[in-house]
Design a protein around this ligand. Structure first.
Ligand SMILES: Nc1ncnc2c1ncn2[C@@H]1O[C@H](COP(=O)(O)OP(=O)(O)OP(=O)(O)O)[C@@H](O)[C@H]1O
Length: 240
């Protein structure tokens, strides 16, 4: 891949005494959505957390725009231009929606145009602007988590299972916002178990198994080949 915004080369991560990532090689193309798929426990979340500096790889290299970022701490990696929507949403329950958004903007001041877009995509965040984030519903918390990541332009967004545990109507709202982000030309690496969402958003796919990338290709190729889906992930995308 000639124009990779992010490149992982032989990345190995241990958690406590366990070897979790066994040498992840992955190129994330610029200006496109790459879906990171795979069975439960394959290492998808660990890969995103390793890129973000939340786990330290003990071997390998992570390059953002050709410059190494492994070894930097999460705040430094965020400043290099990576926005992160973690699986546990990572919001501050005791702070208001407004404070959560302001803290996420590196300058402390969200860009007004961005804020307008966030309010348009997620009207509930305007309604509950002055409310404590802990009082939001699960779906609204996920919207806030996405809003925190997109409040400023970032080189790359890492998004971990945004649809997890959400009702279909909320998933549709999130899907529309993420599609909008994609249409603005964002580079996104996303873990998503909801295959209809993965298919709708994904341009490229990387499939993980047992701490390694075992297949990369175009989403159209994987989506049209149920035999390949079963072989790589043990299930068919249509029935998932
Ligand atoms: N904090 C931790 N301590 C010990 N083991 C962990 C920890 N976090 C993850 N693991 C292990 O690492 C492996 C990969 O987990 P990870 O969450 O990265 O997988 P995943 O592909 O995201 O799975 P899922 O789809 O179930 O979220 C699993 O075997 C998991 O049990």
């Amino acid at each position: 891949m000639s124009d990779a915004i992010l490149r992982l080369k032989g990345v190995k991560t241990d958690i406590a005494q366990y070897h979790i990532l066994h040498g992840v090689d992955l190129d994330v193309p610029r200006g496109a959505v790459t879906m990171l798929l795979g069975r439960n426990g394959a290492g998808k979340t660990t890969t995103l957390r390793t890129i973000m500096g939340l786990w330290k790889p003990h071997q390998g290299e992570i390059l953002l725009d050709g410059a190494p970022i492994n070894g930097l701490n999460p705040a430094q990696i965020a400043r290099r231009g990576i926005g992160f929507v973690p699986e546990d949403m990572g919001i501050f329950s005791d702070l208001t929606v407004e404070e959560n958004i302001r803290l996420a903007a590196l300058s402390g001041q969200p860009i007004p145009e961005r804020l307008d877009w966030i309010f348009e995509a997620f009207p509930a965040l305007r309604t509950f602007w002055k409310s404590a984030a802990g009082t939001l519903s699960g779906g609204q918390k996920q919207m806030l988590s996405v809003a925190r990541a997109v409040v400023e332009d970032r080189e790359l967004y890492l998004i971990d299972e945004p649809s997890k545990g959400l009702a279909p109507a909320i998933v549709a709202t999130l899907a529309k916002a993420l599609k909008d982000l994609k249409n603005r030309g964002a580079s996104i690496l996303m873990v998503e178990q909801n295959f209809s969402l993965a298919k709708a958003l994904g341009d490229h796919v990387a499939v993980m198994d047992d701490g390694r990338i075992i297949w990369t290709g175009r989403m159209t190729e994987l989506a049209s080949d149920t035999g390949l889906q079963e072989r790589l992930m043990g299930l068919k995308m249509e029935t998932a």
